[in-house]
Design a protein around this ligand. Structure first.
Ligand code: BGC
Length: 451
């Protein structure tokens, strides 16, 4: 039997571009993901988020599904170009009305909205003016956050500013496999990194000024290492490799974001090219950091890397032949939910949420008309048991959001990956709860005691 705190929040998560569709409805402006997905060669089978799960029209069904799962929270993102078609300036009343309906319906159903302000769908108009390479985008984001804070005052108190700076910068402006598809050198990526951080700080300041009751976080992802044994030396190795920050692999680290925000300095053991960048930190960011320490940290954790102490220092450990993996090919490492929160919690001393965790499966409708996703139930049971261990060992984790509520547009993989608790029949637009949805409903209803 697993034990979770009595106030533990059970939720599910989604993101605007991945589920909403309605790409040209209600005055929405184009985002960089519209441009990127409509450019041949960027997304598997040329798929786009034009229709996706059509949540723009079927949001009531989504709320009904959350309710049927006894979930007390829903993490979703607001599409910046839906409410501000040019990214800045005039608000789109139809766009705001869509989120009003959603927020009000959630609250009426007893489901707390946890809003992410930016889950990668930058207004194209801002990208045309430099995107995250420009500090003006950060300032526009501050105004966007201030407007939403005023609009939802008294109705929404849980906010995440930015989802995964690692993917925004590392994939969007580094590897080029996410929108806007640029491949900048390290220095250019670092400029973007600073601007996204500045955006977070300005948004957090605006949210706190609008309502002191607002609880502001951000969702971070990056390498987590877990020790292969309980030996203190292996534990030390895992902790050190979790927080290593070499020039070749710095975007997918938590500390490049969280050290400056929470500890007031860049990672101290970074590589030489990064250290040269740190020396030229934008003074606007330095000033804004005073407002940027989050109230809570959101962690998106899918797996971790095994580590141990060897004679010449900490080392990654090769996984055994035939290691377990999900349909997308990611390793199954349940102890990531034990060690990730422990290491991050010890370093920053802030309350945590698991803002994403889950897996893709090769789900299909069986002969009996149901989706039997035993893999998802097995995976999530293992991960949640380890999360409970981490909490028992001191990690202050306040809630868990499964990724995802529903199968959706998985970025460059298009619709080929299914991460949902709910199956999406794309041709019919129909939603079908998988076995895992019914299982997760029981977990939420008895606060994880059945695990
Ligand atoms: C992202 C989601 C994505 C999920 C699975 C996370 O990195 O925030 O948008 O669908 O991982 O790849």
């Amino acid at each position: 039997m697993a034990h979770f705190p009595e106030t533990f929040v059970w939720g599910a998560a989604s993101a605007a571009y991945q589920i909403e569709g309605g790409a040209r409805d209600g005055g929405r402006g184009p985002s960089i993901w519209d441009t990127f997905s409509h450019t041949p060669g960027n997304v598997a089978r040329g798929e786009t988020g034009d229709v996706a799960c059509d949540s723009y029209h079927r949001w009531q069904e989504d709320v009904g599904l959350l309710r049927s799962m006894h979930l007390s929270a829903y993490r979703f993102s607001i599409s910046w170009p839906r409410v501000l078609p040019d990214g800045d300036g005039d608000w789109n009343p139809d766009g705001l009305a869509y989120y009003d309906r959603l927020v009000d319906a959630l609250r009426a159903a007893g489901i707390e909205p946890y809003i992410t302000l930016y889950h990668w769908d930058l207004p194209q108009a801002l990208e045309d003016r430099g995107g995250w390479q420009s500090a003006d985008t950060a300032r526009a984001f501050g105004r966007y956050a201030a407007g939403l804070a005023a609009h939802f005052r008294g109705r929404v108190t849980h906010w995440f500013t930015i989802n995964e700076i690692a993917c925004i910068v590392g994939m969007g402006y580094g590897r080029g496999n996410h929108a806007p598809g640029l491949r900048l050198p390290l220095e250019g990526q670092f400029r973007c990194w600073q601007n996204v951080m500045l955006a977070h700080c300005l948004a957090e300041q605006a949210l706190h000024e609008a309502d002191p009751a607002n609880i502001v976080g951000l969702a971070s992802t990056g390498r987590i290492c877990h020790p292969v044994t309980e030996d203190p030396a292996d534990l030390q190795a895992a902790r050190r490799l979790t927080f290593a920050c070499p020039d070749e692999d710095w975007t997918f680290t938590h500390q490049m974001l969280l050290d400056p925000l929470c500890l007031g300095h860049w990672p101290q053991d970074a590589g030489p090219r990064l250290r040269a960048c740190f020396a030229r930190t934008d003074p606007a960011l330095t000033r804004a950091l005073a407002f940027g320490k989050p109230d809570v940290i959101g962690l998106n954790i899918y797996n971790s890397v095994p580590a141990r102490m060897e004679a010449d220092g900490p080392a990654f450990v090769r996984r055994p032949t035939g290691w377990p993996r999900t349909a997308i090919g990611w390793p199954i490492e349940p102890s990531s939910l034990r060690w990730g929160p422990r290491f991050i919690g010890e370093r920053y001393g802030l309350p945590l949420y698991i803002t994403e965790n889950g897996l893709s499966c090769n789900d299909k409708i069986y002969l009996d008309g149901q989706v039997h996703d035993a893999d998802r139930i097995d995976f999530t049971t293992r991960y949640l048991r380890e999360l409970a261990r981490g909490i028992a060992e001191g990690a202050d984790v306040r809630g868990y959001f499964h990724w995802s509520l529903i199968d959706n547009f998985e970025w460059y993989s298009g619709y080929s990956e299914r991460f949902g608790l709910v199956y999406m029949d794309y041709a019919a637009g129909q939603r079908l709860p998988k076995d895992s949805a019914r299982w997760y409903a029981r977990v939420a209803a008895d606060n994880g005691r059945c695990l």
